[in-house]
Design a protein around this ligand. Structure first.
Ligand code: RNT
Ligand code: ZN
Length: 424
């Protein structure tokens, strides 16, 4: 007797037919989705604390994690343990993005300009063992006495500026090593907090210094097979409301001229601007970009990513233009007020759901309507497709990938919390 079809399978069969009638092959879509890696950010697990000291995020970089939910990972082992759980609840094969402050130095103090690949060997061995798609990296130009003046790579103090240049160079060596070890290029992203709270007189000087610092940092050519430089702009931050040295125009210019990647963070523009519209613009002039998918509420608040219109707009841009080989999808949010594993799972599953919905779009149909100038039907269709049965495909995809279907992942996170958190 044929095996009884589960609810998930029944719903999928119906959805499959519905999509097929619109010219969409759900099997192909699921295969494609399975090939798209998302880079999970390690810093969601401990509120951007790192393991350099017990102090954690100092706030001198204008980024802030709020909340004090219990159970925060206090060591690399704990963070890896949490990540293993999280990865078991997310379909697909993904990457991990590390920050320099997550180095493992065996209890010894190692200055940031002295960090070496060996300080990340345990992470690399773990990533290989867990068969991660790859590792990405970030210099940590904040939460440090030499960043407390608000300036790092653009500092007027030559000693401070040089220190951060050396940090950037150390990070590139680490990133390149990670890329070689993982056999997948490491995206090494640079974000600095440099800027002024109040109106400056000299807007030019700091930018000249930042350019000089980047030139010095990037002087050694590294093979894109192993390592990709990326630079991240920002409109303003807490404490840099009036002026940010690394503005969008600044880094866009630098990236085009020097052929680096540009990082677009969802929270780093005016609240009415979305990064979705910037993808095709920047990719007209750049080979590749990095996304920091985040959710800003009224400011760059780094809320957990949810299935919002903004997120969908990003996913549609990637899918409609098949940009997946040129756009590295990274996550960048941190919420200390809810279970941190749940935050990771919610954000990553939302990102993947958005990609699935976008890949399931009967795009040729809508394109034709647009080409014919039938904007009435275009709007009508865009609205209709919002309620196509993507959730049946999502559930089936999760089942296929042996991860919890629906909200079942929540029970697992709760059980983990009950078992593990009291020991922390
Ligand atoms: C800060 C930037 C940056 C950081 C992480 C921790 O505004 O978005 O990417 O969030 O590097
Ligand atoms: Zn970011």
């Amino acid at each position: 007797m044929a095996k009884k079809q589960s609810q998930v399978e029944k719903a999928y069969e119906m959805a499959k037919e519905r999509y097929a009638a619109l010219g969409v092959d759900t099997e192909r879509v699921m295969q494609k989705l399975g090939e798209i890696p998302v880079s999970l950010h390690c810093w969601q697990g401990d509120d951007v604390g790192g393991f350099e000291s017990s102090q954690g995020l100092s706030g001198d970089g204008g980024i802030q994690a709020t909340g004090n939910y219990p159970g925060k990972a206090r060591s690399a082992e704990q963070l890896r343990q949490d990540l293993e759980k999280v990865l078991s609840l997310i379909p697909g094969r993904h990457r991990l993005s590390l920050h320099a402050i997550y180095a493992e130095t065996g209890g010894r103090k190692v200055e940031r300009d002295d960090l070496q690949p060996k300080h990340f060997q345990t992470w690399i061995d773990w990533a290989k063992e867990k068969k991660l798609h790859g590792l990405d990296f970030n210099g940590s130009f904040f939460s440090h006495p030499k960043a407390s003046g608000g300036f790092t790579l653009a500092s007027p103090d030559e000693g401070i500026r040089k220190f951060w240049v050396r940090h950037g160079i150390a990070c590139r060596k680490i990133g390149e090593y990670m890329g070689r070890q993982m056999k997948s290029a490491c995206v090494d992203n640079v974000w600095i907090p440099d800027g002024y709270k109040d109106i400056p007189v000299d807007r030019k000087g700091p930018r000249e210094r930042l350019k000089k610092s980047l030139d010095e940092m990037f002087a050694e050519k590294l093979s894109p097979k192993h390592h990709l430089d990326s630079i991240e702009s920002k409109l303003f931050g807490i404490g840099s409301e009036s002026y940010v040295v690394g503005s969008h125009e600044f880094y866009m210019g630098y990236a085009i001229r020097n052929k680096t990647l540009l990082c677009l963070d969802s929270g780093h523009f005016h609240p009415t601007e979305t990064i979705a519209d910037k993808i095709s613009s920047t990719l007209t002039f750049l080979d590749e970009i990095l996304l920091h998918v985040s959710r800003g509420i009224r400011w760059d608040s780094d809320h957990v990513v949810i299935l919002s219109d903004d997120l969908l707009a990003i996913a549609y841009e990637l899918a409609r233009n098949d940009y997946f080989a040129r756009v590295h999808i990274g996550l960048d949010f941190f919420d200390a007020s809810i279970n941190r594993l749940a935050a990771w799972v919610i954000g990553t599953r939302s990102m993947l759901k958005a990609l699935l919905i976008a890949l399931l779009e009967p795009v040729e149909k809508v394109r034709r309507l647009e080409k014919d100038g039938d904007f009435t039907a275009r709007l009508g269709w865009l609205e209709e497709q919002k309620t196509l049965p993507f959730s049946a495909v999502w559930d089936y995809y999760c089942q296929q990938q042996s991860v919890p279907v629906g909200s079942a992942w929540l029970d697992e996170v709760k059980a983990y919390e009950a078992k593990v958190f009291p020991t922390r």
